[in-house]
Write a protein of this length. Structure first.
Length: 119
């Protein structure tokens, strides 16, 4: 069983009827996997709130995101606030982040997959 956190760039095609990714996803997803969305994604996809598991950002996650941004800045790298929150949420909950966003590559301990670029 794998628990996935969907970034907006994976959620958009998943909910678009007729998108090639949607069909491939529905055929290949394991029923024991959990799909979740982080609270920042709700700003774009509020209507899907009840169809996925949901992870809230609390003060612990917010602090972890801030520390992540500070650590990356010290290495000469930038990570936007929303991406830092999503990364901190995935790290804290041992989730695999489904994303096409290359900004997350600066976080080696973050498990990431890109299902949009796989056959």
């Amino acid at each position: 069983m794998t628990n996935y956190l969907l970034d907006t760039n994976h959620l958009s095609p998943l909910v678009t009827i007729g998108h090639p990714f949607r069909q491939r996803f529905l055929q290949n997803i394991n029923p024991s996997n959990t799909l979740a969305i982080p609270s920042p994604v709700i700003t774009e996809w509020q209507r899907l709130r009840n169809r996925f598991a949901f992870y809230h950002i609390d003060d612990v996650i917010a602090e972890a995101a801030a520390q992540l941004q500070i650590s990356l800045r010290r290495q000469g790298r930038q990570l936007g606030t929303i991406d830092a929150l999503i990364a901190a949420l995935a790290l804290a909950n041992n989730l695999v982040l489904l994303t096409t966003d290359r900004d997350f590559e600066t976080i080696p301990e973050l498990l990431r997959e890109n299902w949009l670029n796989t056959p």
